[in-house]
Design a protein around this ligand. Sequence first.
Ligand code: TEU
Length: 555
Amino acid sequence: MMNFNDKVIYQIYVKSFMDSNGDGLGDIAGITSRLSYLEKLGVDYLWLTPVFISPMNDNGYDVADYRKIDPSFGTMEDLEELIEEAKKRGMGIMLDMVFNHTSTAHEWFQKALLGDPKYKDYYIFKKGADGAPPTNWESKFGGNAWEYVPQFDEYYLHLFDKTQADLNWENEEVRKELYDIVNFWLDKGVSGFRFDVVNLISKPETYENDDLGDGRRFYTDGPKIHQYLKELNRKSFGQKEDSLTVGEMSSTSLENCVRYSNPSEKELSMVFNFHHLKVDYEKGDKWSLKPFDFQELKDIFDHWQTGMQEHQGNMALFYNNHDQPRVVSRFGNDKKYHKESAKMLATSIHMLRGIPYIYQGEEFGMTNAYFTSIHEYRDVESTNYYEILRKEGLPEERILEILQAKSRDNGRTPVLWNDEEGRGFTEGTPWIPFAKGPSVSAEKDMKEEDSIFSYYQKLIKLRKSNPVIQEGTYEILEKDHPSLFCYVRALGEKKVLVLNNFYDKEEEFSLINHGFPPVDERNVRLLLTNYNELCTKDEKICLRPYESVIISVEP
Ligand code: TEU
């Protein structure tokens, strides 16, 4: 398998990226129209969230036909043109494969509902227990994970929405269907794949109640998961040396992620995990409010960086995606230090060991949505939890405050290309309101000399030109410092020192105390900072509010 350490990936949430036909929905032709912008940024791959036929109950993560493009996103010709045009600019297209479940509108499920035994066995149907669902497992979107089907007096499993029925991977025919789908897209010239919640596909042999939790311990990183991924690899993308794959791993473990991503295991190129994005959950509960725990964030990064390094696993590096609030509003300061904190947060992950992902709009500092009414939200998870929290008796005001911080729609508002009426996104009415936060736009940002966009360009160039950042070892410094996240990457005698101040109070970092020569020596070079110039005091580097400093030390 190839190594992708010099690559940077850009995620496109298609519905909100660029609308080419004025219907208020982003589409594939819209992406093609923005390719020169992406080329300018310098990214290598574009990961598109699902563009397949779907009833859109979960914005395309409920697939009804894996081989056809949903008309709201365009046509097969549009996708072929995108693949072609991206290729001309040196970029590959990655598709999002949702193989844990299909939409209940999928032909397979429809046939299952008619009682066809072949297709019933494509899904997980079980008898209830004493008039109740087969187990007490909870759906990730709230409520029980089983839906009753009267004509069978049985329930089917749905770990997500009730219109997303879990597939039965135990069934060899199901697996074969899915591998064929991957091969279909490979033949179209697709360069890689993201596999949605792929560590949930292997279910346990027996289905039992979970007295300790919501059931996830029974099906997460399940019994046959490695066997299935090896088979998927062997029978599809593994036959193409240069295809890039990333698995979305929900509530996973380091040990499993090493196996998923170590090249010798022949499973996937890299993995996403989410532990670092739960540091603002109160006791693991997403629907709570808590300032993020900086020490915990660092401890998690450190645990995964050292563990994956030790066992040659490969990490996807990211803070933002279409399921997460915007990081500049979450761990940064999107008002007083908007630019500084956007750049610092980018630095903090782009210099780590792994493969960085940029989520649309992040490269010019898009913020949370700041919606003030439930009517502005579109996401099924948000609207479900709004009802659940209301039933629990939480006051409306409090619920809206929680949604403002936690809703997935924070990451799903349309890209703010410019300051005109449709924000350069649409000539119609956008399917979801624009973000109401601080006024930012790609055009406005790019006009400024110290733009966030140009800083991302520099981070990308740095990774591409510097083998220490691609291949070097990682080690944390000042592990328990209350505001600094500092680490050193090393390759042979060459070192890259990365210093990040996560708060608005000035801090100092002593080079000598950490065995580095002072900055005035010839072999110590500033690679990048998000301030105008380096600030030093004797041999110390001062780190102003949200400052990042990247220094190279050569023998
Ligand atoms: O996400 C999986 C997932 O675990 C999150 O949606 C998670 O449940 C949520 O953030 C918890 O608050 C993937 C996709 O990225 C997501 O958009 C889909 O909704 C989901 O799978 C189902 O396909």
